[in-house]
Design a protein around this ligand. Structure first.
Ligand code: ANZ
Ligand code: ZN
Length: 878
C-alpha cells in the first residue's frame, strides 16, 4: 500500500509526452471503423487560454476519449481562428507585425492547451491566417462568384471617418465608432456579399431536422431568419400632392386585416419618394439628415424615440377612394425590409401607437378581444396584438383575424389597377445577404482585380493565393493594404493593362465557416476539401461552443456548407449534427473601499461566524465580496488556467469544471471546491493503490460464483458503469461525476470491512476488487486522463488506459433485487417500505403492518383490507 501522494506535476507532462510520442490521438482517414467527429469552437489566438476555453475543451475531450474507448475512429482536431482586428491593434500599439504577433500567440497557447491533456490530433492543426488555408478560401470565393453566390453590391454601411473603415452594427455605440469615438456616417459603398438569402427558406426549414441542437439556438436562428407571410399592397397616391407626379406607394404588411384601423402611411428616409420630396423641401431634407445619424443597428432603431415628418403627400385607402392618409417619413421604417414603406395601424402595433400619440393622429381599434364589449374597448398607451373579432371594419366585422386577412387578400388580389393587381401575397425574410467586405489588413484578401477597362476581374486560380504583404505599415489610420506602396498595383489578367487589386479583406466569420471541413483533409494542397473524405468524416457529430455564436457563426457555417455543396466541394447540407452550448465560468467579484476591483489571487476569504469575509492579502484591509459575474478583465474576477494547473494539476481543473453544474449552465469558480476536487484525486489514488494490493490475490480465471461481498461490489461497479456510460452519451457530465463519487464510496466501504487482510482474502472478492478497480479507473479516465494512466500502471495493466476498450457492462448485475413501495393508510401517504423483488403479498403485508407510522395512523382501528399495487403502492384500509 502506498503512502505517497499522487504528484500531478510529475505525472501530467510525462503522460502528455508519451501520448504525443505514440501519436495515439492521430486519426487516419482510411481507418475502417465508424467515425465520430468531436469539435470545439476553435480559439482566437489572443495570447492566453482563458478558463472558458478550459471548460469548452474539457467537455469535448471527455466525449472524444469516451467515443475512442467505444471503438470509434474519433476525429478531434484543433486550430486557430487567426485573423482579426486585435493583431492590427497590437501592430499599432506595440509595433509588432500582425503575423509575428499571431504566431507567437499560437505557440504560447498551444503549449497551454497541451498542459490540459487534451486528446487532440495536432497533425491536422490549421491557422486561418496561413496562406495554405486562405488560398482555398479564395478559391471558394471565386467558385461562389461564378455560381452567383457572391456578388458586388452597393450597400449602406456605417463609416467611421476617423478610423476610415466600415463598422459592423455592433461596433457602433450610441452613434459613434467603438474605437475612435467619431460620429458614424451612413455611406453607400460597394461591398462584396454572399447570397445567403438564396437559402433563407431552406436554412429555416432544415432547423426542424436538427434534433440534437438546443431548442433555444434553433429559435434564435428562426427569429434571425425571420420569415413573415403577408401582403404587398399598392396604395394609390393623390398625384396632386406628390413631388413628381408619383402615383402609387407599395407597402408590405403582415396585418392586412387591420386596414380599417389605418391612420397614416410611413416611409423610410431612404425611400425614393422621401428623397424626391426632400429635394423640394429643405425642412424635410434636414429632418432626414438628422434621423440618419442614429446608424443602421436594429436595437438602436427599435429603442429610439419615434419621429416623423409629414411630407404633405396623401395616399388613398384601397377600400375607400374618399379616405386619405397622410404620408410621413419616419425613423422606424427601414429601407432594407419589405418595401421600405408601411401603413400604420396604431391600435394594434406599439410603434404605430407611440407614433400617433406623439403626432395626435388618433386610433381606432379594429380587433376586439373575445369577451370584451366592442363599444367600450379603447386603446390608449398599449397596442393590442392579441386574438379577437373584427370591429369597426365594414365588411370584415365579426370575422376572426385569419378570416379577415384572407378576405382582404382575396379582394385585393383580384382587383386590378392599371393591369396589375392591387394586392399580392408575399413571403418576406429578415435575413439579409452577408456583407463580407472589411477595410482591414489582417484578413483574407478578396481575390479580384479592378480594371478600368474590364471592370471586376477574378484572379486566375493559378495565381492563388493572393498573399498579404509582410511589410505593411500601420502608422496611419485606414486600410494598410490600401496604403501599401506596391501591393495593389498589378496588371489586368484579361487585358494586360494597369489595374488594382481589391484591398478589402473578408469578414473573419468567413474563415470560421468552413474550417471544420478543412480538418477532414488539411493536407490537400490542390483543393479546399477532398470530397470523398469530407463526405465520410462530416458532419461534425458533436460541436461544442459558446451560445454567443448561436446565431451568426452557426448560420454562416450552415450557409457555407450549402454553398460548398453547390460548388462541388462537399455533398451535405448540415455541418453540425449535434450542437451543444456550454455555460460560462463565473466568479465572485472583489472590491476595495474605493470601488476598484482586485483579483481573487490577491484576496483571502475566510468563513467565520458572520459568514464569509474577505481581506486583501498584502495589507489586510477589508474587501467587499460582490456579485458573481462572468469572468472579465475589467472586473478582475479571472483565474488563470496556468496558475491552477501549476498548483493543482490539469486533472483537478478538469474534474472541477465538470463536477459542479450541468455543462450547459454557468459554473461558479470556487477555490474551496477546487481544493475538494484535489482531495478527491488523492483519495482515488489511495483507493486504487489499496485495491491493487488486494487484487493481487485474485485468481486468473473468473470465479464460478460470487459471495455476498463480491456481489455488492460488482453491482456497484456495473451500476456505475451503466450510469456513467449513458451519462456521457447524453453529455450529463456532472451526473456522471456524482455516480463515480458514489461508486468510490461503496468501493472504499468494501475495502474497509474488517477481517480481510490480503492473504486470506476470498478469491471471489479479490477478483471483484480487481475488476472494480479497473472499471473505476476507466470511468474517470475521460475526465482525469493523467491520473487514470498512472493508476492503470499501478493496476499492472499493459498499454495505455487512453487506448483501452470501454468495459463491458454485465446487465444481470443491474437488476434491482429490492423494490420500494409507497405505503398509504386510507389513501394518505404514511411512509415507504423496501422489500425483496421476489416477495409475495403476505410478506409485504406483514412488513407494512409492522411499520410504526402505519400503527400510529390506524390508531388502534382494525385493518379491514390491504390493497397492493405491485411494485408501487400498498394501501391499508382501516
Ligand atoms: C400594418 C400593421 C398593422 C402591421 C398592425 C403590424 C401590425 P414582421 O412580422 O417582422 O414581418 N413593416 C413592414 N415593413 C417595414 C419596414 N421596412 N420597417 C419597419 N416596419 C415595417 O413585421 C411586418 C410588419 O412590420 C408589417 O405589418 C408592417 O406593419 C411593419 F396592427 O402593417 B404592419
Ligand atoms: Zn483589363
Amino acid at each position: 500500500m502506498t503512502s505517497e501522494r499522487y504528484n500531478a506535476r510529475d505525472a501530467e507532462p510525462r503522460w502528455q509526452r508519451l501520448w504525443d510520442e505514440q501519436a495515439i490521438f492521430v486519426s487516419k482517414n482510411d481507418d475502417p471503423r465508424p467515425k465520430y467527429y468531436v469539435l470545439e469552437m476553435f480559439p482566437y489566438p489572443s495570447g492566453r487560454i482563458h478558463i472558458g476555453h478550459v471548460r469548452n475543451y474539457t467537455l469535448g475531450d471527455v466525449l472524444a476519449r469516451f467515443m475512442r474507448a467505444k471503438g470509434f475512429n474519433v476525429l478531434h482536431p484543433m486550430g486557430w481562428d487567426a485573423f482579426g482586428l486585435p493583431a492590427e491593434n497590437a501592430a499599432i500599439e506595440r509595433k509588432v507585425a500582425p503575423k509575428a504577433w499571431t504566431y507567437d500567440n499560437i505557440a504560447a497557447m498551444k503549449k497551454q492547451l497541451r498542459s490540459i491533456g487534451l486528446s487532440l490530433d495536432w497533425s491536422r492543426e490549421i491557422a486561418t491566417c496561413d496562406p495554405s488555408y486562405y488560398k482555398h478560401q479564395q478559391k471558394m470565393f471565386l467558385d461562389f462568384l461564378r455560381a452567383g453566390l457572391a456578388e458586388r453590391e452597393k450597400r449602406k454601411v456605417n463609416w467611421d471617418p476617423v478610423d476610415m473603415t466600415v463598422l459592423a452594427n455592433e461596433q457602433v455605440i450610441d452613434g459613434r465608432g467603438w474605437r475612435s469615438g467619431a460620429v458614424v456616417e451612413q455611406r453607400e459603398m460597394n461591398q462584396w456579399v454572399f447570397k445567403i438569402t438564396k437559402y433563407s427558406q431552406e436554412l429555416l426549414s432544415a432547423l426542424d431536422g436538427l434534433d440534437r441542437w438546443p431548442d433555444k439556438v434553433r429559435l434564435m436562428q428562426r427569429n434571425w431568419i425571420g420569415r413573415s407571410e403577408g401582403l404587398l399592397i399598392r396604395f394609390a397616391l393623390d398625384a396632386a400632392t406628390t413631388p413628381a407626379g408619383e402615383s402609387e406607394l407599395k407597402i408590405f404588411t403582415t396585418r392586412p386585416d387591420t386596414l380599417f384601423g389605418a391612420k397614416f402611411m410611413a416611409i423610410s428616409a431612404d425611400h425614393p419618394l422621401a428623397q424626391a420630396a426632400a429635394a423640394k423641401n429643405p425642412e424635410l431634407a434636414a429632418f432626414i439628415a438628422e434621423i440618419k445619424k442614429i446608424g443602421t443597428a436594429q436595437e438602436i432603431i427599435d429603442t429610439a424615440e419615434k419621429q416623423g415628418f409629414d411630407t404633405g403627400i396623401r395616399a388613398v385607402h384601397p377600400f375607400d377612394p374618399s379616405w386619405k392618409l397622410p404620408v410621413y417619413v419616419a425613423n422606424f421604417v427601414l429601407m432594407e425590409y419589405g418595401t421600405g414603406a408601411i401603413f400604420g395601424c396604431p391600435a394594434h402595433d406599439q410603434r404605430d401607437l407611440d407614433f400617433v400619440n406623439k403626432y395626435a393622429l388618433g386610433n381606432t381599434p379594429v380587433v376586439c378581444p373575445e369577451g370584451q364589449d366592442p363599444k367600450s374597448f379603447v386603446i390608449t398607451d398599449t397596442a393590442y396584438d392579441g386574438d379577437g373579432r373584427m370591429i369597426n371594419s365594414r365588411f370584415l366585422d365579426g370575422m376572426t383575424i385569419e378570416q379577415a386577412k384572407e378576405d382582404v387578400a382575396k379582394r385585393l388580389e383580384t382587383e386590378l389597377r392599371g393591369n396589375a393587381p392591387v394586392g399580392e401575397r408575399q413571403v418576406n425574410f429578415r435575413l439579409r445577404d452577408w456583407g463580407i467586405s472589411r477595410q482591414r489588413y489582417w484578413g483574407c484578401p478578396i481575390p479580384v482585380i479592378h480594371c478600368p477597362k474590364c471592370d471586376v476581374v477574378p484572379v486566375p486560380d493559378a495565381d492563388l493565393p493572393v498573399k498579404l504583404p509582410d511589410d505593411a505599415t500601420f502608422d496611419k489610420p485606414g486600410n494598410a493594404l490600401d496604403h501599401h506602396p506596391t501591393w495593389k498595383h498589378v496588371t489586368c489578367p484579361q487585358c494586360g493593362g494597369k489595374a488594382q487589386r481589391e484591398t478589402d479583406t473578408m469578414d473573419t466569420f468567413v474563415d470560421s465557416s468552413w474550417y471544420f471541413a478543412r480538418f477532414t483533409d488539411p493536407w490537400n494542397e490542390a483543393s479546399p476539401t477532398t470530397p470523398a473524405v469530407a463526405n465520410r468524416m462530416l458532419p461534425v457529430d458533436q460541436y461544442i461552443g459558446g451560445v454567443e455564436h448561436a446565431i451568426l457563426h452557426l448560420l454562416y457555417s450552415r450557409f457555407f456548407t450549402r454553398a460548398m455543396k453547390a460548388t462541388g466541394h462537399i455533398a451535405l447540407d448540415e455541418p453540425f449534427a449535434g450542437m451543444f452550448t456550454q455555460g460560462m465560468v463565473v466568479h465572485e467579484t472583489y472590491q476595495k473601499a474605493d470601488g476598484s476591483y482586485v483579483q481573487p489571487a490577491e484576496v483571502k476569504v475566510e468563513v467565520g461566524g458572520n459568514g464569509r469575509r474577505a481581506t486583501l492579502l498584502t495589507t489586510g484591509e477589508d474587501i467587499a465580496i460582490g456579485p458573481i459575474e462572468k469572468m472579465s478583465k475589467s472586473k478582475k474576477n479571472t483565474v488563470d488556467p496556468d496558475d491552477i494547473i501549476e498548483t493543482y494539476g490539469a486533472d483537478v481543473a478538469r474534474w472541477f469544471m465538470l463536477s459542479d453544474s450541468p455543462p450547459d449552465r454557468d459554473v461558479i469558480w470556487s477555490d474551496e471546491r477546487v481544493q475538494g476536487a484535489s482531495r478527491f484525486v488523492q483519495r482515488l489514488w489511495r483507493l486504487v493503490n489499496d485495491a491493487a494490493t488486494l487484487g493481487k490475490a485474485a485468481p486468473a480465471a473468473r470465479p464460478a460464483s460470487f459471495g455476498p461481498d463480491a456481489t455488492v461490489l460488482r453491482k456497484a461497479a456495473h451500476g456505475a458503469l451503466d450510469k456513467v456510460t449513458t451519462g456521457i452519451e447524453r453529455l450529463h457530465f456532472n451526473v456522471c461525476l456524482a455516480h463515480i463519487r458514489e461508486f468510490t464510496n461503496a468501493f472504499s466501504e468494501v475495502l474497509q470491512r474488517p477481517g480481510q487482510p490480503a492473504p486470506d482474502l476470498a478469491p471471489d472478492l479479490a477478483w471483484a476488487i480487481q475488476e472494480a478497480s479497473q472499471i473505476l479507473v476507466q470511468l474517470f479516465s475521460p475526465m482525469m486522463p493523467h491520473l487514470a494512466e498512472e493508476c492503470w500502471q499501478v493496476l499492472g495493466q499493459k498499454g495505455l488506459v487512453s487506448e483501452a476498450d470501454w468495459p463491458q457492462i454485465e446487465r444481470d448485475l443491474l437488476v434491482e433485487d429490492s423494490v420500494t413501495l409507497v405505503v398509504q393508510v386510507n389513501g394518505k401517504k404514511r411512509g415507504e417500505v423496501t422489500v425483496a423483488t421476489a416477495a409475495q403479498n403476505p410478506e409485504i403485508e406483514a412488513a407494512v403492518l409492522a411499520l410504526d407510522a402505519v400503527k400510529l395512523a390506524l390508531d388502534g382501528r382494525p385493518v379491514r383490507k390491504v390493497i397492493i399495487v405491485p411494485k408501487r403502492i400498498v394501501n391499508v384500509v382501516g
